[in-house]
Ligand binder design. Sequence first.
Ligand code: 8YV
Length: 313
Amino acid sequence: MKLLITREIAQPVMDQAAERFDVTVNTSGPLNAEQAAQAMADYDLILPTLGDDFSATAFAGDLRCKMLGNFGVGYNHIDVDAAARVGVAVSNTPDVLTDATADIGMTLLLATARRAGEGERMVRAGQWEGFGPKVGLGTQVSGKSVAIIGMGRIGQAVAHRCHYGFGMNVVFYNRSRKDVSMPARQVNTLAEAMGADFVVVTVPGGAETRNLIDAAALSAMKPHGIFINIARGEVVDEEALIDALENGAIRGAGLDVYANEPHVPERLVALENTVLLPHLGSATHETRQAMAQMALDNIIAFADGQQPPQQVN
Ligand code: 8YV
């Protein structure tokens, strides 16, 4: 069977794939909609990643491929309903990236609150003039309140770190009722959650959450509030977020994701009160290896005639 891996992944996993399948590794960047549709016609199996455009058009033409083993937990770049309608299975890679992604959430939360990005830039630019009682003052993290928007696996892992690591008071907003095994209070409205000292967005992307954090939601934040997004850029109205940062309606933002990656708006880059990471959520050697293995394991299960263990549609 012919397998297309749309981006280079961990070598041992590509080697393992080559023992079983006729493997092609695409090295020319993300697949656009046309290339995705062509790949659906040319291959039996595909291991895609974020950035590839498997929207509805990918499933509208000839379909040799019946299985997409996505590398990543988020699959908002794949129209899984369109895939299901034409009998294409889609799987993802949950759990293995939860800790790494929650760790990046904490990295951003701490770096934004404590102005670590600004401090680093100051040192590197040779502009540090030594210790001063009022130099680089940031916001205390320990003991503050944090709202988790989307209390799924990653949201809970962030909440756990905030509460047990930093003594923070955790509230969360979630579309359904959720019982969690830690001290955390579910609030009924997004506005109530947005009023916390820190807001961390961990909802899945896709149509249901697009622009969930709009200008109205942002206006419920406190002027000292700090906004963190490790979910998907499309969840936030980026222009409204920049307005809030520029006019001091909120104190800062730490972002790992953007509406139109890899494009990061100039206005965002120009702001000192932002910490901007290049979608590093799951980017550890250990996690990327585990994600690659899980994606391939799902593909192998499908090729063996079994249901892929992490099938999502
Ligand atoms: C992945 C992510 O690296 O898994 C996800 O949903 O956002 C990332 O951490 C990316 O999706 C790779 O495809």
